[in-house]
Design a protein around this ligand. Structure first.
Ligand code: FEO
Length: 402
């Protein structure tokens, strides 16, 4: 049965949610599920804006059929060609053979690559930056947003109702539970962590491109943002735009500390706990701690985007960095993370090298300020390493107070 909601009189949300999928992109845990948003505009002409993942195809087609109410589909706008949004193009072409597909040159190349579909000229409208498509009262203008999150990405702005169809930008992990609008849910409490984790892991590498897109969009009068995942934003847009501005500049969202530790037998964890207590006694609040072996790396990346200060504590392993910590650091590098203040704790029973190697990776990232001293444990905390730990706690507290 159809399951839709009206965005405005002429624009309907025809997406759906998947609560069965364990790993988004077969990589990122999504215990709260994920929504695939799609939108249908009813005017003199009809248009669907992006399709959905194949997991919810049945719901999608029931939604389209109900919303069209006997009319045909004139246009499919393809803003993004990742298969979580374009999996139903072939089926739409079969059901609505006169439908025209609207995209850019890269879009059509990808349609062919993924699905072996070579669309004829009279089946396509190839748009360039700033081109428009009139549907009647509604008029869509297209703006390219390359690498937010793939090279073919564009966004569509509907100027009559001031609606931005923003592709992956402004999206979030999390299924939509009837409440599809941001003003129907407690975003800060229930969504922000997943929105940050989505941004950091999916789009995080492309901060400069997000900045370019934000600059381009700043000239538009936007009342509603319709992303491809997560809630539709129809008020308080400044909140969301500010988050995107901060994240895409790789600035920390908060002045706060996350201690990320790896520990084989509890001794490095003990040092992390002692440091946390010393920081608390120095007045530091809301300290976060994560065991990197049991916390998914996508959560750790979310914490990096949130926190100004990170403490990385790891044993030496095979004359290198403990694997779970090394994996996290590789992700930091891949995502181009910058501008953080770091404390380092290493452990090594006979030849500690983890801190030196962690620092080498951090030195390859932009503007990572590694505090002194580095704390070195030889198996377990002792008086000498405790003294280093106290000094590191002082340095972190002083840096936070700046
Ligand atoms: Fe939700 Fe880049 O696809």
């Amino acid at each position: 049965m159809y399951c839709t909601r009206k965005i405005t009189e002429g624009i309907t949300w025809i997406g759906g949610s998947d609560r069965r999928l364990a790993l988004f992109e077969n990589l990122f845990p999504i215990p709260r599920g994920v929504a695939y948003n799609s939108y249908l505009i009813l005017d003199e002409a009809t248009a669907v804006i992006d399709t959905v993942d194949s997991s919810i195809s049945r719901q999608f087609f029931e939604n389209i059929q109900h919303t069209l109410n006997g009319r045909t589909l004139d246009y499919l706008i393809v803003n993004h060609m990742e298969p979580d949004h374009c999996a139903n193009i072939a089926e739409l072409l079969l059901r609505y053979p006169n439908m025209k597909v609207v995209g850019n040159a890269k879009t059509f190349c990808m349609i062919n690559q993924f699905y072996g579909i070579e669309l004829k000229d009279d089946q396509t409208i190839v748009v360039k930056e700033g081109d428009s498509l009139s549907l009647g009262k509604h008029k869509l203008s297209f703006y390219f947003a390359p690498m937010v999150h793939w090279p073919e990405v564009m966004v569509a702005y509907e100027e009559t109702e001031k609606i931005l169809f923003s592709a992956d930008a402004f999206g979030s992990f999390g299924a939509l539970n009837g409440n599809i609008f941001n003003d129907e849910l407690d975003f800060d409490k229930d969504w922000l962590d997943d929105a940050r984790r989505y941004y950091g892991n999916i789009v995080g590498k492309y901060g400069p491109q997000v900045q370019m897109a934000l600059k381009k969009l700043s000239s538009l009068d936007i009342a509603v943002i319709c992303p491809l995942h997560g809630p539709v934003w129809r008020n308080d847009l400044g909140y969301l735009l500010e988050k995107y501005d901060i994240w895409s500049k790789y600035e920390p969202e908060e002045k706060s500390v996350a201690i990320l530790y790896a520990s084989m037998y509890g001794d490095t964890e003990n040092a992390a706990n002692v440091l946390a207590v010393k920081l608390a006694e120095a007045g530091v609040k809301n300290i976060a701690m994560h065991d990197v072996s049991s916390t998914h790396v996508s959560e750790l990346i979310g914490e990096v985007f949130r926190c100004s200060h990170l403490v990385l504590a790891a044993p030496t392993y095979n004359n290198g960095i403990y694997p779970a910590m090394l994996n996290f650091l590789h992700d930091c590098k891949a995502l181009n993370l910058q501008n953080r203040t770091i404390g380092l704790i290493e452990n090594g029973t006979w030849g500690p090298v983890a801190a030196k190697q962690m620092k080498e990776i951090l030195d390859g990232l932009k503007n990572m300020n590694v505090l002194e001293p580095v704390v070195t444990l030889k198996s377990a905390l002792n008086d000498a390493s405790m003294e280093q730990l106290e000094k590191l706690a002082d340095a972190i507290a002083a840096s936070l107070a700046e």
